[in-house]
Design a protein around this ligand. Sequence first.
Ligand SMILES: [Zn+2]
Length: 231
Amino acid sequence: MLPGRGRNGRAVRPVRLLGTRTAWTTVGDGEFFCPGCGGDRNYQRLTGRRRFTFLSVPVVPRGETGPVVECAACRHHFGTDVLDHPTTTRFSAMLRDAVHTVALAVLAAGGTCSRTSLETAAATVRAAGFDDCTEDQLDALVDALAADTGRVYDRPCGTGLAIELHEALDPLAPHLAPAGRESILLQGARIALADGPYTPAERDVLATVGAALTICSDDVTRLLAAARTPS
Ligand SMILES: [Zn+2]
């Protein structure tokens, strides 16, 4: 008889005298991006109570464990830091809002919106996911923004506008690859260039966009120059 084998040669599971077992309790749920199976999934947030087991029977409590996040699809457990990552749905919404805000900020910096600027901006915003965005809608929003933030035309990227840009871009930046961050800046740059070279006000707004997207100022300068010569 081989060691670890029963009489008929089958593997024998060693009997564990002592062990630990965790009983999980659900303390919350929601939707998250599961890094295990790669998609938006439901999750349950669990805390566990660990117990010593004797011959597989729980005996002595060994305290709390967790909390962990359990994927409803693949059942894997993760640390709660996975919840910091936006779901795909949330991420697309953030990206769409970011492009919309950048477009408005650039238009507002340009002063009276020319038709070409509005057309470029509306096409950019539609491509980002707001399918029914029109030139007139953007024009009205820029007017409203001007009325709201006061003399935006004279003080481009005034505090109000800068706050709007940071609110839309700051939470997004850590989740974007460098190419994704640059792409948002370039889209803004092309809107600015639609009616001619950059004005100082437009440069100012685009610098704020770059900073909010954590692109260093040298790269912002390089990208703004590159946008002028579309490939
Ligand atoms: Zn999963």
